[in-house]
Design a protein around this ligand. Structure first.
Ligand code: FPP
Length: 255
């Protein structure tokens, strides 16, 4: 594990502090600050998104190598359509380019790519690209990499309620476990660790159901500057916390 970080680096020092027996099973990230990263360099906002791809690549690969089970990145919310059309189309273009250039890396690293959200509202060529990446990585057994696209936490809960109705779930059969099985993240562990970059202290309609017991780690680092070191810092901090799940020391919920 230590072989992939330069010896004597801050990353190595952090890696030595990580307890691999107590890794967060699921890490979810609100990638924020691309626009401010670009503005501070007198660049157009989209340059921040372009730079953000390097952070995505680094975090996906690092999560896979660490042995994290699930990584969820919030790439495009149901509210993001309010942005200028040119910014939306650049984001979609970057996504397409990312998938084309990274598919081999995802395959090589045994990563399973999944889309959560309402992808049916995206352009047909993007949907095709996403579906291809999902299909080609479907049998991978390592990291599950969820990308949240046209995603909203409330929309997800509404979609789950609709599915319950369509599937004819009886009211008496609908408990928390059954409801969770109707969400986009069915079968996956809930996030243990939620990271938000850029100093904003909000949840922004992300994984509202699933983050019930997540530990939250905020950083002032802007997303394009986020790297493995920051992920390791978040994990080390997470492992110092006392998770009580509403109890007094023992998990009150069976996990
Ligand atoms: C928030 O920054 C970031 C986004 C809305 C998009 C995140 C997308 C990427 C990192 C690139 C595409 C992703 C993949 C997985 C290929 P902001 O624009 O809200 O920044 P600001 O708050 O500083 O304005």
């Amino acid at each position: 594990m230590l072989a992939w970080v330069p010896s004597g680096s801050p990353d190595e020092a952090l890696l030595r502090q990580v307890d691999f027996e107590r890794l967060p099973a699921h890490v979810a990230i609100i990638m924020d600050g691309n626009g401010r990263w670009a503005s501070s360099r007198f660049l157009p906002r989209v340059e921040g998104h372009r730079a953000g791809i390097h952070a995505v690549r680094d975090v996906v690969e690092s999560s896979a190598r660490l042995g994290i089970q699930v990584l969820t990145l919030y790439a495009f919310s149901v509210e993001n359509w309010k942005r200028p059309a040119s910014e939306v189309s650049t984001l979609m273009m970057l996504l397409k380019r990312y998938l084309r250039s990274e598919l081999d890396t995802l395959l090589r690293n045994n990563i399973r790519f999944r889309v959560i959200g309402r992808p049916e509202a995206l352009a047909p060529d993007i949907q095709q690209e996403l579906a291809d990446a999902e299909a080609r990585t479907a049998s991978n057994t390592g990291l599950i990499f969820n990308i949240a696209l046209n995603y909203g936490g409330r929309a997800e809960i509404v979609d789950a309620a609709r599915r319950a109705l369509v599937e004819g779930v009886k009211p008496d059969d609908l408990d928390e476990g059954r409801f969770a099985s109707l969400l986009y993240t069915a079968g996956q562990p809930d996030p243990d660790l939620l990271i938000r970059t850029s100093g904003e202290l909000r949840i922004s309609n992300f994984l509202l159901w699933q983050i019930a017991y997540a530990e939250i780690w905020f950083t002032d680092t802007l997303w394009p500057d986020f790297r493995r070191r920051h992920l390791l810092e978040a994990i080390v901090d997470f492992q110092k916390r006392d998770r009580r799940y509403g109890g007094i020391g023992q998990p009150a919920l069976a996990r």
